[in-house]
Design a protein around this ligand. Structure first.
Ligand code: NAD
Length: 244
């Protein structure tokens, strides 16, 4: 398949499923874990903090890291890729689903609504006793660890290493990928579950899977077509638009 054919497949598709990873927010200045060199990202190794064990041992440090990331994502702005995906949703309507592994809330801020957040998000926290989710206050007044309106300590509303993805979010994503005419895999390395599984489901059902990533990934050899570019330009090329 070439770019022309990929564009035509996307244009004609009635059902479109999209999976995004950290790369889609790189142009908004939010580093992928792998690329992180500065700030909270360099001081801490995610794998040392993003786990139930780390939280049990040192909730203050874990919360310090998440509060810093929360502040960072609120300062960031959605980029062209986030907006183009919101626009694609507008074109496809009910036949569209965006599943993101990102926790930065930028897709929602760009207007995406048919959206499932597979790994939770940084803008909310979860009551440790009841499991209820509450929006965090403004970072300037956030005290960590935060306490829920029920008076219980809250944990970050994030799926940590070793935890299961929320069942309903994963079921919604699996269904959309299994029935998609075209699936897009944008800014994710494809090695981490569920990226590979979702894309392969689309292929198994005879759908087309298009990757957008400046680098080759482990999924690349299996897919129908790869746009070897950053997310904003790659999506603009696929949608037949000039990149913003
Ligand atoms: P990842 O699997 O999400 O890898 C990032 C991918 O993005 C790589 O394949 C890289 O080639 C690609 N990429 C880099 N710049 C890009 C660009 N401008 N356009 C398109 N693609 C680009 O791995 P990770 O970063 O280690 O993340 C692991 C987990 O942590 C994932 O769940 C991820 O979503 C999450 N995470 C989320 C955020 C966020 O919410 N913004 C940031 C870091 C990590």
């Amino acid at each position: 398949m070439n770019l022309e054919a990929a564009r035509a497949a996307l244009r004609d598709a009635r059902r479109v499923a999209v999976l995004t990873g950290a790369g889609v927010s790189a142009e908004s200045g939010i580093p992928t874990f792998r690329d992180a060199q500065t700030g909270h990202w360099a001081r801490f190794r995610p794998e040392d903090l993003a786990s139930p064990d780390a939280y049990r041992q040192d909730p203050d440090t874990v919360w310090e890291w998440y509060a810093g990331r929360y502040r960072d994502v609120l300062r960031a702005e959605p980029n062209g890729a986030h907006y183009l995906l919101a626009q694609l949703e507008g074109l496809k309507g009910n036949g569209f689903l965006l599943a993101t592994q990102n926790v930065d809330g930028l897709h929602a801020r760009a207007g995406s609504q048919r959206l499932v957040e597979l790994h939770g998000n940084l803008l909310s926290a979860r009551d440790e006793i009841t499991g209820e989710v509450f929006a965090l206050p403004d970072p300037d007044v956030l005290e960590t660890p935060p306490v829920s309106p029920n008076g219980h300590r809250m944990r970050p509303n994030i799926v940590w290493f070793g935890e299961f993805l929320p069942e309903d979010a994963l079921a919604t994503a699996s269904e959309a990928f299994a029935s998609a005419d075209v699936a897009l895999v944008v800014g994710t390395s494809g090695v981490v579950y569920p990226a590979a599984g979702l894309a392969l489901e689309t292929l198994r059902q005879g759908g087309v899977v298009i990757e957008i990533n400046p680098e080759e990934t482990e999924l690349t050899p299996l897919l129908s077509f790869s746009v070897r570019d950053v997310a904003s330009r790659g999506l603009a090329a696929l949608l037949g638009q000039a990149a913003s």
